[in-house]
Design a protein around this ligand. Structure first.
Ligand code: SF4
Ligand code: SF4
Ligand code: SF4
Length: 184
């Protein structure tokens, strides 16, 4: 079977900070209650303009599914691994909760799940995508900020978006080679 390279392309200019994606993610992935527990987030930009004509931008984020993975490199048990399609996963049974990977991740994309006793993070909803469904955040977003797909398929929507638009990745200086792309 041909290898895929899953990625997400986001148009943050469409984000209205409704946080439906964060709620959907928590429900889908059984993320325990608590403000430090999350697989995805919406970062608020600074206020623009002058009162009463104010505006604000928002940028959704989650694990960047990096190609160069510091989280994987520091894991002493092999619990963190990259699957054949580029998705960075954590094996709950191998994770000993040392939290080295939480410290190593430049994006603060991981949290410690006290219910499972393992570190957890976005997996692009592996339980859904290999059954032909979209990640929960993608399916839920009312303004279609998020597009998910296979970058090895030149005809996929993610590939076409990256040909059509200029884009950036977060913290390129870290050398992590992220696979979340933000249209600019
Ligand atoms: Fe690892 Fe963090 Fe990159 Fe995700 S964003 S692959 S947790 S370094
Ligand atoms: Fe959460 Fe799934 Fe979206 Fe990742 S892809 S942020 S796990 S809903
Ligand atoms: Fe932004 Fe979409 Fe998330 Fe709402 S669901 S906060 S519009 S990315």
């Amino acid at each position: 079977m041909k290898t895929k390279r899953f990625a997400m392309v986001l148009d943050s200019s469409k984000c209205i900070d409704c946080k439906a994606c964060t709620v959907a993610c928590k429900i889908e992935n059984k993320v325990p209650m608590g403000q430090d527990n999350y697989r995805n987030w919406v970062a608020e930009g600074p206020l623009r303009g002058k009162f009463p004509d104010l505006g604000q931008s928002f940028q959704p984020g989650q694990c960047m599914q990096c190609a160069n993975t510091p989280c994987d490199q520091v894991c002493p048990t092999g619990a963190t691994r990259v699957n054949r399609d580029g998705i960075v996963l954590v094996d709950d049974h191998k994770c000993i909760g040392c939290k080295y990977c939480i410290t190593a991740c430049p994006y603060n994309a991981r949290y410690y799940n006290e219910v499972t006793g393992a570190v957890d993070k976005c997996t692009f909803c592996v339980q859904r995508i290999y059954r032909g469904r979209q990640p929960a955040c993608v399916e839920t977003c009312p303004t279609k900020v998020r597009v998910f797909g296979d970058l090895n398929d030149r005809n996929s929507e993610v590939s076409r978006l990256l040909v059509k638009h200029a884009y950036k990745v977060e913290k390129p200086e870290m050398g992590t080679d992220p696979f979340l792309f933000y249209i600019i």
